[in-house]
Design a protein around this ligand. Structure first.
Ligand code: ZN
Length: 283
């Protein structure tokens, strides 16, 4: 599932491509993706793109906002005058645009097109009043997130409050927004912390190291436009490159690049693949 760096990359792309376009018509080809009210988007000019954890908000000048969640395989794709010389789509854009996995199409002015592809069909677009975006259930429940309101102080406070295993706490969107499985794995290795340790058992030094690591891995991933191990692509239809920089995620059996003494191990934890170095990340 796309995490903070992937959604941030998409947000930056949409800022560049969509802002200034007016939506002429919204074509819904699969009703579950956009259930109702698409007519409220029609005629609206896109003035701002915002991100709340993994949700993208497309604000219009008519008081309405389209909220978009990619879930597992959602792919927002742009073609039009703001993207000169568009690259060829990655093979991950199955069926192309518009194709059999294109469920919603925004027909924009000046010949612009915005497609929402999603082959697993869990992604969604909802129409809400701009004034109510922050009050929608999904966004209201989000915890503070890195680069926004999650300070080191706040992070330490959250970790100290719970005895939840630290990896599960990092991934709990209601406690900390935006961090998912890949970046939780990499940050814990970077900070030399075993993923199953109780959050409140970490020393102050460890909590500080973990905060630094979370910020560092997210930053590195944003720089490389996210990781495309699954369906994620940018609005241009290109893959990210963070998978070439995984610290520990998906590296089972590789020699740990730091201690060079042990091979990376993998266990299932909280239903997700969890990687650790038995030497660097002591139980
Ligand atoms: Zn190691």
């Amino acid at each position: 599932m796309p995490e903070l760096p992937e959604v941030e990359t998409i947000k930056k792309g949409l800022e560049k491509y969509l802002v200034g376009h007016t939506i002429k018509e919204v074509e819904v080809r699969f009703r579950k993706t956009l259930k109702e009210d698409e007519d409220k988007l029609e005629g609206g000019k896109i003035i701002k793109i915002r991100r709340f954890s993994k949700v993208i908000a497309i604000d219009l000048d008519n008081g309405y906002t389209a909220l978009m969640h990619l879930k597992m395989t959602g792919q927002p794709l742009y073609r039009g005058p703001n993207l000169k010389n568009p690259p060829e789509f990655s093979a991950k854009v199955i069926g192309g645009v518009p194709g059999k996995h294109t469920h919603v199409i925004f027909h924009l002015d000046k010949g612009g097109m915005f497609y929402f592809n999603d082959y697993r069909k869990f992604g969604w677009i909802r129409v809400v009043k701009t004034s109510e975006v922050e009050k929608t259930k999904f966004i209201e429940k989000l915890g503070p997130e890195p680069f926004k309101d999650l300070t080191e102080e706040k992070f330490i406070e959250i970790l100290s409050k719970y005895k939840t295993p630290v990896k599960l706490l990092l991934m709990n969107q209601e406690k900390i927004g935006g961090v998912g499985n890949i970046y939780a794995n990499d940050a814990l290795w970077e900070a030399r912390i075993y993923p199953k340790r109780a959050s409140n058992s970490l020393s102050l030094k460890e909590k500080k190291a973990l905060f630094k690591a979370v910020i560092a891995v997210l930053k590195k991933s944003i720089e490389t436009k996210g990781s495309s191990e699954n369906a994620y692509v940018t609005p241009e239809g290109l893959e990210g490159k963070y998978q070439e920089h995984f610290l520990i995620y998906d590296r089972k059996g590789d020699l740990c690049t730091r201690c060079k003494k042990a091979k990376i191990e993998k266990m299932k934890f909280g239903g997700r693949g969890t990687y650790f170095c038995p030497v660097c990340q002591k139980i």
